[in-house]
Design a protein around this ligand. Sequence first.
Ligand SMILES: [Zn+2]
Length: 215
Amino acid sequence: MKLKVLEKSIDRVKIQLQGISLSYANAIRRIALSEVPVMAIDNIIIIENSSIMYDELLAHRLGLIPLKTDLSKYVLPKDCDCDNSLGCLKCSVSLVLDSGDNDSTKEILSGQLKSVSDTTTIPVNSNIPIVKVAPGQKVSLEAYARLGTGKEHAKWQASNVSILKPTKEEDTDNDYTLEIESTGALSAIEIFVKATEILRNELQEFTEKTGSLKK
Ligand SMILES: [Zn+2]
């Protein structure tokens, strides 16, 4: 089996997998879509919300903002030893959003979300509109982000992945190109590497379990 990187940027990578079966390429695709964890806001505590947007909708919108994720710093809440519903420093990041005072109607953007516990976990894009506030209205809240996977909810989906079949005549049936487009939470290459790591661990666990059947 051979790997050939055809295109590579931070958010997008095209990797040709030579000499593998379609089912193997599909396994990597499925894992990249639904099992590679990224950070997303999952809990909010409203301090004040006098905007016309309901708290639930505000929470939903905040959850969909892609956050830069450092997988070396955090664990999934299910793998954490803390027993706190809001998590601890190993499994959760707290952020704040405060619209402040305003004389005219203004739009609150994702760039105004400030990370409290870890300044590297910030929105990928600072220009995503969250809520509009009119004069005298205010939004102030605490938000808690945690790692999750696309399996749980689409807000934790790290990427879009497609499998492209080669069209060139010299290519064999066993070459598939994987195209990964990241939300920006992780780099596209990190998603690929993490997906293969998860696949390897799953196979290893499977081998150990089937091995114990023989005993
Ligand atoms: Zn924890």
